[in-house]
Design a binder for this molecule. Structure first.
Ligand SMILES: *[C@@H]1O[C@H](CO)[C@@H](O)[C@H](O)[C@H]1NC(C)=O
Ligand SMILES: *[C@@H]1O[C@H](CO)[C@@H](O)[C@H](O)[C@H]1NC(C)=O
Ligand SMILES: *[C@@H]1O[C@H](CO)[C@@H](O)[C@H](O)[C@H]1NC(C)=O
Ligand SMILES: *[C@@H]1O[C@H](CO)[C@@H](O)[C@H](O)[C@H]1NC(C)=O
Length: 615
C-alpha cells in the first residue's frame, strides 16, 4: 500500500470521528459572527468586544511521552476555545502519537472554533535520517513545509494570531496567551524553563546564522534581568500577530531567496523576520512553562522520555506542576523495587504535601516505595521521650548553634532506627532509605541498577552508600576500584537518601544509639570512624561501618536553608527535654547549600546555584 493510500485511510477513518477529512467547522454560525466582527462591524452595543481569533499550530512527531502534558496545558489556557482554531499534523511516528492526538481532538470537537487535522501512518521515518532524533535535510524541509502550511491556514482563516507550540514545551501558565497578546509585539515568545541551561531563545546570532554566546543569556535565563527583550531567535513556543502588516512577508518555506544560513526551520524563520524588518521579542516576566532538553541525534526516544520524566519531577518541586490532559490515554505505570528488597520512604503524617510529591515523583519513576510513618518528635513530650529509653549523648551540642538536640532530631533518629530494625527483622539484604524532601538527578534508576551491578561484580563488602549528602570538608575522597562513580565517604551530613545492607543495619542497631542519642547524620560518621569529635566517638567503641558515597550524587535536598520554601521539621522544633522553649534560629548551617557539590551532576544542575542567591 502506498503512503498516500494509508494517509487517506487514516483521514477517512477520522471522518466518522471528526466530521470531515481535512478539518471540520464545529460551529459555523459562530464563525460567521466572528467574520462579521473582524470585518469592522464591531460588537453590538452593550456586549464586550470579542477577543481576537487565534490559530493554534500543533506539529507532533514521536511525542507520546510529552503530548498528554502538552495538550493538557493547551486545553487549560484561559482563552475562549471558540476563538481558537486548531491546525494539527502528525507523521513519521513509531509511537502512539497519532492515537493520542485523535483521542484528544475527538474530545475537543465542538469546543474549538475549527479543527483541521492530518495524520499519516506511513512512512514511519525519513529516508535520510540516522534515527528518530536525527534532524536530516529531508526532515528539516518537511517541517518547514508543515509550518508554512500552518501559516497559510491561519491566513486563510483570517486569524488575528498564530501560536506555534512544539510538543516538548508545556505552557503551564494558563494566562500565557493573554499575557503575550497584551505585549503588542509582532513576534513574541514566552521564556520556558528547563532542567538545565537550555531555553527557547538565543541572545546572539553570528552573521552566518549560528549561535553566538552573549553576556545577556544567563541573566535572562535566570531572571536576574526581567522584562520583554528584543532577541534574534526564538523557537518551540511563540506568538505572531498576523494583523500587523509586516508579517505578510514572513515565511518558513521556501526559505528567503538570499538565504545562506543553516538549513533549519527555526533559523529560516529568524532570518525571515529579519528580512521582513520584524523584531522578535522574548518575555521572562512570568513563569510560563517548561521545555524538555532535547536529546542528541544518536540518542533514543527512551532517552528523551527519561529526560521528560525528570522535567516532570523538577516541575513538582519548583512548580507549577505539569498535569496531563484528562482526555487522553496514559499508559499505566509499572512500579517496581528496581531490584532492591525494599524502598523505604520516611514521611511525617502531617506533611502530606511532601508525601504526595514524593509518591508522585516515585510513581513517575515507576518506583514502588513502602511508606514509613515518621516519628513526630514535636508530638512527644519529654517524659514520652525518656520512656522510649532515649537519652542524650553526654556533652552533645549542635556545632553551629550550641543548642542540644531538638525533638525533631529525636523523631528523625527514631524513624531511621525503626527502618533499620525492620531491615534486620525482615532479613532485607539491600534496601533504599529516602526522606521526603529529595530532588532526584536524571537517570536515577539506570544509575542505581548499574551501581548495584558493579558492587556485585567487584565483590565489595559495603554497609551503607550515600546517594545524597553534604561532604563536610573538602578533602579528596578515594575512588573505589572497579565500581564506577563510587568513593569512600569522608565526614558527611544528611540522611536524605542512602542504600543500606542488612549487615549495615545490624551494626547500627548493635551500637545501641538511643541511650546516647545525637542527630542521626552525626551518628553515621561516628560509626564509620570519620567523625572528628573523640568525645562522641568514645561512646561507640565499634566503628567499622563500611560507608561509601556515589559521586556525582543522585539526590539533593529540595530546598536549602533560607530559601523561600525551606522548612525543616528536624531543626525548627523544641529542645528534646524541654517542652516550652522553641528553638530560635531559622535554619542550621548544616542545611546551607554546598556550592561544591551542586552542579557536579552529569546533566548539570549548576544553573541552580547561579540562579539562587548564595547565602
Ligand atoms: C488559571 O490557573 C490558576 C492557577 O493555577 C487557577 O487558580 C485559575 O483558576 C486558572 N484559571 C482558569 C480560567 O482556568
Ligand atoms: C497505545 O495506546 C493504546 C490505547 O490507546 C494502548 O493500548 C497501547 O498500549 C499504547 N501503546 C504504547 C506503545 O504505549
Ligand atoms: C500596538 O502596536 C502598534 C504598532 O505595531 C500600535 O500602532 C498600536 O497603537 C499598539 N496598540 C496598543 C494598544 O498599544
Ligand atoms: C506526655 O504525653 C503523654 C501522652 O502522649 C501523657 O500521657 C503524659 O501525661 C504527658 N506528660 C507530661 C509531663 O506532659
Amino acid at each position: 500500500m502506498s503512503a498516500a493510500a494509508v494517509a487517506l485511510l487514516v483521514r477517512c477513518a477520522l471522518l466518522g470521528l471528526l466530521g470531515s477529512a481535512w478539518g471540520v467547522s464545529s460551529a459555523p454560525e459562530e464563525e460567521e459572527k466572528a467574520a462579521a466582527g473582524a470585518g469592522g462591524g464591531g460588537p453590538p452595543a452593550g456586549q464586550p468586544p470579542e477577543l481576537p481569533t487565534v490559530a493554534l499550530a500543533i506539529l507532533a512527531r514521536n511525542a507520546q511521552h510529552s503530548l498528554p502534558y502538552h495538550l493538557g496545558a493547551l486545553e487549560r489556557l484561559d482563552y475562549p476555545k471558540e476563538r481558537i482554531s486548531i491546525w494539527c499534523v502528525t507523521d513519521h511516528n513509531v509511537d502512539n502519537t497519532t492515537e493520542i492526538l485523535r483521542e484528544w481532538l475527538t474530545a475537543m470537537e465542538g469546543h474549538y472554533r475549527h479543527i483541521e487535522w492530518r495524520a499519516e501512518d506511513e512512512p514511519s521515518s525519513y529516508a535520510d535520517e540516522l534515527g528518530p532524533k536525527h534532524w536530516s535535510h529531508e526532515r528539516f524541509e518537511h517541517v518547514m513545509r508543515l509550518k508554512q502550511g500552518a501559516l497559510n491556514f491561519a491566513r486563510a482563516e483570517r486569524a488575528d494570531y498564530i501560536l506555534f507550540t512544539d510538543t516538548d514545551s508545556i505552557l503551564t501558565n494558563n494566562q500565557t496567551l493573554k499575557f503575550l497578546m497584551a505585549q503588542n509585539k509582532t513576534v513574541i515568545a514566552p521564556m520556558l524553563d528547563s532542567q538545565t541551561y537550555y531555553s527557547n531563545f538565543w541572545c546572539g546570532i553570528t552573521p552566518q546564522g549560528y549561535y553566538r554566546r552573549t553576556a545577556d543569556y544567563f541573566p535572562t535565563k535566570n531572571r536576574q534581568r526581567v522584562g520583554c527583550f528584543p532577541v534574534p531567535m526564538v523557537f518551540a513556543a511563540f506568538l505572531i500577530d498576523l494583523r500587523k502588516g509586516e508579517t505578510a512577508k514572513m515565511a518558513f518555506y521556501p526559505p528567503h531567496p538570499s538565504y545562506t544560513w543553516p538549513f533549519d526551520d527555526i533559523i529560516v524563520f529568524a532570518y525571515s523576520c529579519q528580512a521582513a524588518g520584524v523584531q522578535i521579542y522574548l518575555s521572562n516576566q512570568e513563569h510560563f512553562g517548561y521545555i524538555n532538553v532535547p536529546v542528541k541525534s544518536h540518542q533514543t526516544l527512551e532517552d528523551e522520555s527519561i529526560n521528560f520524566v525528570h522535567l516532570i519531577l523538577e516541575a513538582m518541586v519548583d512548580g507549577p506542576p505539569m498535569t496531563p490532559s484528562k482526555h487522553v490515554y496514559l499508559p499505566p505505570k509499572r512500579l517496581s523495587k528496581i531490584g532492591f528488597d525494599e524502598i523505604f520512604l520516611i514521611n511525617l503524617a502531617r506533611r502530606s504535601d511532601r508525601r504526595h510529591r514524593m509518591l508522585s515523583a516515585l510513581s513517575e519513576l515507576e518506583i514502588d516505595p513502602l511508606l514509613v510513618n515518621a516519628v513526630d518528635g514535636s508530638a512527644l513530650n519529654s517524659s514520652d521521650i525518656k520512656k522510649l529509653g532515649v537519652d542524650l549523648l553526654p556533652g552533645y551540642y549542635d556545632p553551629f548553634s550550641g543548642r542540644t538536640l531538638t525533638k525533631g532530631e529525636v523523631g528523625c533518629f527514631l524513624s531511621h532506627h525503626y527502618v533499620w530494625k525492620e531491615i534486620v527483622e525482615r532479613g532485607l539484604d539491600k534496601s533504599v532509605v529516602l526522606e521526603d524532601d529529595v530532588r532526584f538527578q536524571p537517570y536515577l534508576k539506570k544509575r542505581l541498577l548499574r551501581l548495584m551491578d558493579d558492587l556485585e561484580r567487584a565483590q565489595l563488602d559495603w554497609d551503607l552508600i550515600y546517594l545524597g549528602r553534604k561532604q563536610v570538608n573538602s578533602e579528596d575522597e578515594e575512588p573505589v576500584e572497579d565500581v564506577r562513580n563510587l568513593v569512600v565517604a569522608e565526614y558527611s551530613y544528611w540522611t536524605l537518601a542512602y542504600v543500606i545492607s542488612r549487615q549495615g543495619a545490624q551494626k547500627l542497631i548493635d551500637a545501641q544509639p538511643l541511650s546516647k542519642i545525637l542527630p542521626v547524620d552525626e551518628f553515621l560518621p561516628i560509626m564509620y570512624d570519620k567523625h572528628p569529635n573523640w568525645d562522641y566517638k568514645k561512646y561507640f567503641p565499634t566503628r567499622d561501618l563500611q560507608v561509601y558515597s556515589v559521586r556525582p550524587l543522585l539526590a539533593y535536598p529540595t530546598h536549602y536553608t533560607g530559601e523561600a520554601k525551606w522548612m525543616s521539621d528536624t531543626e525548627t522544633s523544641t529542645i528534646w527535654d524541654d517542652d516550652s522553649h522553641k528553638t530560635e534560629w531559622s535554619g542550621s548551617q548544616k542545611t546551607l547549600k554546598d556550592a561544591r557539590t551542586i552542579g557536579s551532576g552529569t546533566t548539570g544542575h549548576s544553573f541552580r546555584s547561579a540562579s539562587r542567591d548564595e547565602l
